[in-house]
Design a protein around this ligand. Structure first.
Ligand SMILES: *Cc1c(COP(=O)(O)O)cnc(C)c1O
Length: 406
C-alpha cells in the first residue's frame, strides 16, 4: 500500500531547513520534468549544477543498472573495478596523481582542509594551521566547511567554530596577501563563486594566490564542486584559467545525480594521508564509480565541452535581449553554463520572486543570494529546450514586473 503524498506533507514531516517549491516533480526526461498534476517544467536548475546530462539519461541508467545487478557495496576493506577506472580517468584528465572518493562536496572540501593541516604540521610544525578563505564563499555545511565559507549567517549559530580561519575579499589580491603568511597552511577558493552570486575570478587574482601559496608553502585548494566536470566549458575551471591548484574538490556534476565527491591532488601532498588518517563508509562505492565513470566519458569530449560554450552564447544572447526590453538586470555574467543575472538596485533582494514566477510559468531555475538569478542547466540541454525555457523566463520577468507595479 502506498500513501498519497502532497507538498503539505513536507511541512508536516521534514525538518524545516528547506522551503521547496509548491509542486512535486515525479518524472523527468532530458531537461524537462513533470509534476504530480502532469504540468511540465523546463529545468534550468539542473539539481543545482548536478544533472549535467539531464534526467533519466539512458547511458547513465545503463551504467547504474549494470552495476546494480552485480554488487552495490563492500566497504573500504575491498576495492572495486569501477572506482579504480574512475580514478584513472580523473588522473589522466587533470593535474592529479591521487584521488580520494567521498559522497558530497562538503566531504571533498573537508578532506582537502584536513590534508592541508596535516601536510603543514608534518612538514613545518604545529603552528602552521591558518586557513585563508573568502567572503561570500560557499564550501559546504559541515562545521569545518561552513566555517571556511564566507557567509556568517550560515555558521554563527553553530559556534564555537573551528579556529584559525580568516576571510579575505574575493578578487582582491591585496586583502588576501594581508592574511597569507608563514602560518598559513591552506588557501581555499572557488575559481568562480557559485552560491556567492556567480562571480568569476579575475585571472590575476588566482595567479596571485598561486604565487602567495608557493612563497609561504601553503596548499592552494580550488573548490570546483560547482564549476567542475564541464560546467565552464572546460573539464575543470582551472584549465580555463591556466592556473593549477595543489588540491581540487569535485562533486555535484561528477555523478550526474548520483551522490559522489572526490578530492584530487598530487603525490607530494597525498602521501601524508597514510592508512587510518581519514575515511568514509560509502566513499568509492561501485555504484557511484560506475555512474561517474560514464559521466566523465561523455562530458570529457570536445563535442560536449564545445557544446557548453555554444549554449552559453544562446543563453547570453537571449538574456541580453530580454534585458534590453525590460531593464531588469545590471549585468549578465558567468562562464559556460553557470550564468547569473544581477538585479538592478531597484529590484534588489527580489530574486526569489522571479524564481517563484518562473515556477508558475513552468520553469525551474536558481538564485544565488537575494540579488542574482542563476541558471545551471544540463550541459547537453537542447536548443529547443533553451528557447522554450527562456520564453518562459521572459514571461516570468513580465509577471514579476506586473506584480511590482500593482
Ligand atoms: C554545492 C557546493 C558545495 C557543497 O557540496 P555538497 O554536496 O552540498 O556538500 C561546496 N562547494 C561549492 C562551491 C558548492 O557549490
Amino acid at each position: 500500500m502506498s500513501q498519497s503524498i502532497t507538498r503539505q506533507n513536507f511541512d508536516e514531516w521534514m525538518m524545516p531547513v528547506y522551503a521547496p517549491a509548491s509542486f512535486i516533480p515525479v518524472r523527468g526526461e532530458g531537461s524537462t520534468l513533470w509534476d504530480q498534476q502532469g504540468k511540465d517544467y523546463i529545468d534550468f536548475a539542473g539539481g543545482i549544477a548536478v544533472n549535467a546530462l539531464g534526467h533519466a539519461n539512458p547511458d547513465l541508467r545503463k551504467a547504474l543498472e549494470e552495476q546494480a545487478a552485480k554488487f552495490w557495496h563492500t566497504g573500504n576493506g575491498y576495492t572495486n573495478e569501477p572506482i579504480l577506472r574512475l580514478a584513472k580517468q580523473l588522473i589522466d584528465a587533470t593535474f592529479a596523481d591521487k584521488v580520494f572518493f567521498c559522497n558530497s562536496g562538503a566531504e571533498a572540501n573537508e578532506v582537502a582542509l584536513k590534508l592541508a593541516r596535516k601536510y603543514a604540521h608534518d612538514n613545518f610544525g604545529p603552528n602552521k594551521s591558518g586557513i585563508v578563505a573568502f567572503k561570500n564563499a560557499f564550501h559546504g555545511r559541515t562545521l569545518f566547511t561552513v566555517s571556511a565559507g564566507g557567509q556568517p549567517a550560515y555558521s554563527q549559530d553553530f559556534a564555537p567554530l573551528p579556529p584559525q580561519i580568516s576571510h579575505a575579499i574575493y578578487n582582491d589580491l591585496q586583502s588576501a596577501s594581508e592574511l597569507i603568511n608563514e602560518n598559513t597552511c591552506a588557501v581555499i577558493v572557488e575559481p568562480m563563486q557559485g552560491e556567492g552570486g556567480v562571480v568569476p575570478a579575475d585571472p590575476t587574482f588566482l595567479q596571485g594566490l598561486r604565487e602567495l601559496c608557493d612563497r609561504h608553502n601553503a596548499v592552494l585548494i580550488f573548490d570546483e564542486v560547482q564549476t567542475g566536470v564541464g560546467r565552464t566549458g572546460e573539464l575543470y575551471a582551472y584549465m580555463h584559467y591556466g592556473i593549477t591548484p595543489d588540491v581540487l574538490s569535485t562533486a555535484k556534476a561528477l555523478g550526474g545525480g548520483f551522490p559522489i565527491g572526490a578530492m584530487l591532488t598530487t603525490d607530494k601532498f597525498s602521501k601524508v594521508m597514510v592508512v587510518g588518517t581519514h575515511g568514509t563508509t560509502y566513499g568509492g562505492n561501485p555504484l557511484a564509480g560506475a555512474v561517474a565513470g560514464r559521466v566523465m566519458e561523455i562530458i570529457n569530449t570536445p563535442e560536449v565541452l564545445n557544446g557548453v560554450k555554444q549554449r552559453h552564447a544562446w543563453f547570453v544572447e537571449r538574456l541580453n535581449k530580454i534585458n534590453q526590453k525590460h531593464q531588469l538586470f545590471s549585468e549578465v555574467r558567468g562562464l559556460g553554463l553557470l550564468i547569473g543575472c544581477v538585479l538592478q538596485p531597484e529590484y534588489s533582494g527580489k530574486a526569489k520572486l522571479i524564481l517563484q514566477a518562473a515556477a508558475q510559468e513552468g520553469l525551474m531555475m536558481l538564485i544565488a543570494g537575494a540579488n542574482v538569478v542563476r541558471f545551471a542547466p544540463a550541459l547537453i540541454v537542447s536548443e529547443a529546450e533553451v528557447q522554450k525555457g527562456l520564453d518562459r523566463f521572459e514571461r516570468a520577468c513580465e509577471r514579476f514586473l506586473a506584480g511590482e507595479q500593482s
